[in-house]
Design a protein around this ligand. Structure first.
Ligand code: FMN
Length: 195
């Protein structure tokens, strides 16, 4: 049991959040990443070729941002988002670090026990500090969940360029139109614009 992680919604299993990082030369970055909580440990598996991968190695810090905006998942996964999505916190050692200004909570971590290397980096996360800004009641919405699946498929399509991912993305249209509001429908259209 880790009540602090529970309070931030980081429960056992894989928690899909927006991870913010900073490059050693001060550029902020945001990307959807799964924070894995199993057997009392928090880890992330980050594939090479991403800004997140190089920034984690470069600075040893990341922040998990709890976000419910489906379009932000789309933009952070498929494009480089502009500075206006970030605000900056000050770390204990007086560094500025980006978090998502529109998140309902963020938690800052030290990245420890870096292993893997090569294609995938597996790192353990040690909480430093965090902030819960607001809590809201959110019934499960199948269209929101579907957008998350669509964005994962879209990131795979960007790397592997395989037609089967586009077909799977198309198949989610029905559920997004049936269960989504305008926010989810617009996020779905945005995927095609950014692919
Ligand atoms: C919901 C979701 C979860 C993801 N989880 C991971 C992950 O755990 N590890 C990873 O390397 N990429 C993951 N990705 C893919 C990255 O977000 C994607 O490669 C992104 O473009 C990396 O951006 P960056 O270059 O700004 O770091 C995930 C994508 C989505 C949509």
């Amino acid at each position: 049991m880790n009540p602090e992680l529970d309070r931030y919604g980081l429960w056992e299993g894989i928690n899909e959040v927006i991870v913010t990082t900073m490059s050693p030369d001060g550029r902020s970055n945001a990307a959807p990443i799964g924070i894995i909580r199993r057997n009392g440990k928090l880890t992330v598996r980050v594939y090479s070729g991403s800004h997140t991968y190089t920034n984690i190695i470069g600075t040893g810090l990341l922040a998990a941002n709890m976000v419910y905006d489906p379009a932000l998942f789309v933009r952070c996964a498929l494009s480089d988002v502009s500075e206006e999505v970030f605000e900056f916190i000050t770390t204990d050692d007086a560094r500025n670090f980006p978090v998502i200004s529109d998140c309902c909570a963020w938690m800052l971590f030290n990245v420890e026990h870096i292993s893997g290397g090569g294609n995938v980096l597996v790192v353990e996360l040690k909480p430093i500090t965090g902030m819960i800004r607001y809590q809201e009641i959110r019934p499960v919405n199948r269209a929101f969940n579907a957008i998350i699946e669509v964005v994962i498929l879209a990131t795979r399509y960007k790397v592997f360029k395989m037609e089967k991912y586009l077909i799977e993305i198309e198949a989610y249209k029905y559920i997004i139109h049936k269960c989504g509001g305008s926010i989810e429908k617009k996020a779905y259209e945005l995927v095609f614009r950014l692919l």
